[in-house]
Ligand binder design. Structure first.
Ligand code: ADP
Length: 487
């Protein structure tokens, strides 16, 4: 007893696994929540910046390319001042060599005229390319666009625009901040929930495990309390059901063993008593000794009967039915009748029969003999002088769908069985009238054997009181019919 009841390590425990799964799913969701929307809005902002800045540059460039003449500081200034340039944008115009002609930054003119515009974008634009470069850094969008100023495929110079946008950046940061707060709340809630759920789950599993161990230790009356209708509750219900059956089986087994030992003890005690009497008597005459020895013989015979029947019962419990064949129950009943006639005559009981032609049942002849013999012998044994036993054997036609049946009825006009005992007569070792059963050589096992045997051959057995007196047993089996097996 007391097998393994190891403690499950932390990392192997179901609770940890469950909580980890839960937490990793939430972590994945949170990471996604914090990256995808931000990246998407960055991309959208970037695209809108590109379009607007490149458009502005293009408009400026086309306004400046009025003719083949080279651009001058004055001409550029004149043209640009006629336009309204966007507020926080830096505007740089260069000649084909990259020398700055005009530099406007944040509402002010810069004093850079005549210097080289050392921007990568300008160099690219002067080679004839439209360039855009944007980046999001330190909470602000920085975008640069440059286009060449051309006149009939002649490059006259370049326009370079630079925009620093902190407002859009602030908006994006706001979104990010909100998402972060939401994530924190989700994380906290999910951690608490996972802790609660996993604890609840494992607590119930632990309760079930404890119950299994308790029952394993032999406490079959133990049951698990369960609530709800989930799988665990179902498992607990099944467990209780299983334990219930185990308990019943165990009780039956214990009762059987104790009853059996008791039944065996009684004749053994008698034998012991009788032998002691013989041994202790100094001068026992021959007749008395013979009488004692006859009694010993009878007790030994009773022991044999009991052990034979016990063996038969245990064999039926363990071995499945084998070698069944169609048997004519009528022939079996006639055999039993032949066997019982001397006994019936001795106790002045008349046996009356109403037997059909043939009644075929798939079983073994020995089993059918046991059933018929036990019922008919009881009907004679528990009868009164001058009483009757009526044995009826009939084939019953099939009910709506299904097979026909064979019915064996054994009625008697004997002592009868009280209503309260009717349901118990099939129990092992049960006797209504112990003294009478004993006197008649009964063991209390006959009807148990009848019931077990009948059930093994898919039959049924019932008992009821007979009007106006006596008892009526009825056994029915599925009827065997030629060619009917395939159905
Ligand atoms: P036993 O070996 O004692 O006859 P059974 O199992 O055959 O054991 O029967 C159990 C008990 O049922 C008997 O002891 C008897 O009290 C009662 N019984 C069985 N058959 C009859 C019957 N035909 N009439 C009255 N009592 C019966």
């Amino acid at each position: 007893m007391g097998g393994p009841s190891k403690k499950v390590s932390f990392w192997r425990s179901l609770q940890t696994k469950y909580a980890l799964t839960y937490v990793s799913i939430i972590a994945a969701v949170v990471v996604l929540l914090n990256t995808y929307p931000v990246l998407l809005s960055q991309k959208l902002a970037y695209q809108s910046k590109q379009t607007s800045l490149q458009n502005q540059a293009a408009v400026l460039a086309s306004t400046l390319s009025v003719g083949p003449e080279a651009l001058t500081v004055e001409s550029v200034e004149r043209t640009i001042s006629s336009l309204s340039v966007v507020g926080n944008t830096r505007v740089v115009v260069t000649d084909p060599a990259g020398v700055i002609l005009y530099d406007w930054d944040d509402g002010l003119r810069r004093d850079t005229t005549g210097r080289y515009a050392l921007f990568w974008e300008v160099a690219k634009a002067l080679q004839g390319n439209d360039v855009f470069r944007g980046e999001y850094r330190e909470g602000a969008f920085r975008s640069r666009a440059a286009v060449p100023i051309t006149y009939r495929s002649m490059i006259l110079g370049s326009v370079y625009l630079y925009e620093y946008d902190a407002a859009q950046g602030a908006l994006l940061q706001g979104i990010q901040q909100n998402l972060r707060s939401i994530s924190v709340v989700i994380c906290v809630i999910s951690l608490i929930m996972s802790a609660i759920f996993s604890r609840a789950l494992t607590r119930r599993i632990a309760a079930l495990l404890r119950a299994v161990r308790t029952v394993r230790e032999g406490e079959y009356s133990h049951r698990v309390a369960f609530r709800g209708g989930d799988e665990l509750a179902q498992l607990a219900e099944e467990f209780n059901e299983l334990t219930g059956r185990l308990q019943t089986t165990e009780e039956v087994r214990r009762r059987f063993v104790s009853d059996a030992s008791h039944e065996l003890k009684t004749p053994l005690a008698s034998i012991r008593l009788l032998t002691d009497s013989i041994l202790q008597a100094d001068h026992m005459d021959g007749d008395t000794a013979r009488e004692f020895l006859t009694d010993i013989g009878e007790e030994a015979e009773r022991l044999t009967r009991i052990t034979e029947k016990l063996l038969r019962l245990t064999r039926m419990d363990t071995a499945p039915v084998q070698n069944t064949a169609p048997v004519d129950l009528r022939r079996v009943v006639e055999k039993v009748l032949h066997m019982l006639t001397p006994l019936a005559r001795a106790v002045e009981v008349e046996v009356e029969t109403h037997l059909t032609e043939e009644a075929w049942v798939r079983a073994t002849e020995d089993d059918l003999y046991q059933v018929a013999f036990n019922l008919m012998e009881n009907a004679v044994k528990y009868n009164l002088p001058g009483g009757r036993v009526i044995v009826t054997l009939r084939n019953l036609p099939p009910a709506e769908r299904g097979e026909g049946r064979v019915l064996l009825r054994v009625e008697d006009t004997g002592v009868g069985i009280p209503e309260a005992d009717l349901s118990k007569v099939f129990d092992r070792f049960y006797r209504v009238d112990k003294a009478r059963s004993r006197a008649a050589g009964g063991t209390g096992l006959g009807l148990s054997i009848v019931q077990d045997t009948v059930r093994q051959h898919k039959g049924t057995v019932t008992v009821r009181q007979r009007e106006p007196e006596g008892t009526c047993f009825e056994v029915s089996f599925p009827r065997w019919e030629e060619g009917g097996e395939a159905r």
